[in-house]
Write a protein that binds this ligand. Structure first.
Ligand SMILES: Cc1cc2nc3c(=O)[nH]c(=O)nc-3n(C[C@H](O)[C@H](O)[C@H](O)COP(=O)(O)O)c2cc1C
Length: 146
């Protein structure tokens, strides 16, 4: 049976909302989905299962939410060969129109530079995720994971 582990972080709850929705979709399909907050995640949480989801919002001039950045730093020597990653990325250009894309690229770059493989397209969520849960998020889960 497929098992998926997610490491996420969330300052104000948007990313957490998306991750909880993804959990519901997998749960309805009897797929094991477990998650750890990057604040407390340890190095081995990045390779718990061969299929992983990384979910993080953008903060501070287009960089990763600090707890996520710290987590990836703790994982800087991890070998990700044989692991597949889906990436969930939240942003809002009203905070900083000049710096919106970098955190998605940072996540992608981290996976690829450590030998990991990307699973489908990045899920990019602009502003509040609520209106797109049953459309974009659902479609992403269907297209990447089934
Ligand atoms: C203090 C602050 C700084 C932010 N900086 C950026 C930014 O530089 N670029 C960007 O695209 N979004 C930025 N955002 C928007 C967040 O990425 C977006 O609101 C996201 O949905 C937050 O997810 P969370 O609720 O899980 O923390 C910022 C938000 C806050 C509150």
């Amino acid at each position: 049976m497929k098992q998926i582990w997610c490491v996420y972080s969330s300052g104000w709850g948007n990313t957490r909302l998306v991750v909880d929705y993804i959990w519901e979709v997998f749960d309805a399909k009897w797929i094991t989905f477990e998650k750890t907050n990057a604040l407390v995640a340890e190095t081995h949480d990045l390779t718990r299962y061969t299929t992983m989801i990384l979910a993080a919002p953008t903060y501070d001039h287009g960089v990763l939410h600090r707890p996520y950045e710290n987590f990836l730093y703790r994982c800087k020597d991890v070998d990700l060969r044989w692991y597949q990653f889906g990436i969930v990325w939240l942003w809002n250009d009203t905070y900083d129109a000049e710096y919106t894309c970098e955190s998605a690229l940072l996540l992608q770059e981290f996976v690829l530079s450590h030998g990991g493989e990307l699973c489908g397209d990045l899920l990019k969520i602009h502003k509040c995720p609520l209106p797109v849960l049953h459309s974009n998020v659902w479609d992403w889960v269907e297209s990447c994971w089934f």
